[in-house]
Design a protein around this ligand. Structure first.
Ligand code: UFG
Length: 336
């Protein structure tokens, strides 16, 4: 396959690019480098430093590069920022997302895999979360991802777009080559490791949640397992693949949770990180962070069934260990 990966210079995108190249596919990365890193794009991929939101230019690129399928990882993805500046999320995620879908339609690219998020569920009534759980996002980030998922579904019915939307839970870990570098960094595991490096003190956002140790529970999934799922999802969009539409039938838009199916509390993560780094990690307890649901754990049964996928690196030690190893080799992130 010849695959366009938007956001291929970002954390999830770059590790997915590595996996696609390894499987023998040709990859073009479309990334405006606003949050991505040029150095994260493997040598085997061709980087086009531009926005996916320019419909005409993207359609030209798809045609010129004879692209078969799109993996759309690019997006604004910070919950807090989305509440403070929803316009940015509607513009980049929704307006930009539709421009990309339109470019695909113009260029005749009928295969699409979309990076969605567990944030589409909001605060679920029950756990683990299945794909049938009602979508009730509580922030513009989740809402904009849901809106694009909806558009993709209607594009399937009307234009025959074959697609898989992947609802990521909490992505963690690193590959040999690529790791997580966000500025600002809001995620738990990088912040724990930053504290382990002596750069900051970790703040635990609340210990009074209705969970066994009082801290929030999340489902952490290794970025390399996520990359495996992207490859399988792209394969599922093949023109003759019944998973995204049997011959002569309308195309189907699949939505699949990607989590490891197990929950870990903030304190579980802290303790596992202390075991990985071999020393206590400075931390303090702070107030709750607005908008954090107490428990988010995926049912990954559908992804297992439909894709034949299973998380293979599902221990916290493996996820945190790979992130720690990467940070030790990249003390200044992607800067030299
Ligand atoms: N946390 C801390 N201290 C920190 C950072 C986080 O205690 O310095 C806590 C949070 O309060 C939360 C847990 O660690 O309870 C995980 O927080 P993250 O920020 O790492 O991740 P979230 O669960 O908030 O968000 C992730 C993705 C979002 C996505 C969401 C979907 O980052 O993009 O899952 O559930 F929307």
């Amino acid at each position: 396959m010849r695959i366009l990966v938007t956001g291929g210079a970002g954390y999830v995108g770059s590790v997915s690019v590595e996996r696609l190249l390894e499987a023998g596919h040709a990859v073009v990365v479309l990334d405006d480098l606003s949050t991505g890193h040029r150095a994260a794009v493997p040598a085997g991929a061709h980087l086009v430093a531009a926005s996916y939101g320019d419909e005409a230019a993207t359609a030209d690129l798809l045609e010129r590069e004879r692209i078969d399928a799109i993996l759309h990882c690019a997006a604004r993805s910070l919950v807090g920022e989305s509440i403070a500046d929803p316009a940015r999320y509607y513009r980049d995620n929704v307006v930009g997302g539709i421009a990309l879908l339109e470019a695909a339609r113009r260029a005749g690219v009928g295969r699409f895999v979309f990076s969605s998020t567990a944030a589409v569920y909001g605060v679920p009534d029950a756990t683990p979360i299945t794909e049938n759980t009602p979508l009730r996002p509580i922030n513009p980030y989740g809402e904009t991802k849901r809106t694009v998922e909806d558009a993709i579904r209607w594009y399937a019915a009307a234009y025959g777009l074959r697609s898989v939307s992947l609802r990521y839970f909490n992505v963690a870990g690193a590959s040999e080559r690529n790791g997580e570098v966000h500025e600002p960094e809001t995620h738990l595991i990088p912040n724990v490791l930053r504290a382990a490096e002596g750069r900051t003190t970790l703040t635990i956002y609340g210990t009074d949640y209705p969970t066994p140790d009082g801290t929030c529970i999340r489902d952490y999934i290794h970025v390399a397992d996520l990359a495996d799922a992207h490859l399988l999802a792209l394969e599922a969009t093949a023109p003759d693949d019944p998973r995204t539409g049997a011959a002569g039938e309308p195309a189907l838009a699949l939505a699949l949770n990607l989590g490891n199916g197990d929950g870990f509390s903030v304190l579980d993560v802290l303790r596992a990180a202390e075991r990985v780094v071999g020393q206590p990690i400075p931390h303090r307890v702070g107030p709750r962070r607005a908008g954090d649901p107490p428990i988010l754990v995926a049912s990954n049964a559908r992804a297992r069934d439909v894709l034949g996928w299973a998380p293979r690196r599902d221990s916290l030690e493996e996820m945190i260990g790979s992130a720690w190893a990467w940070r030790r080799r990249h003390a200044n992130g992607y800067e030299r």
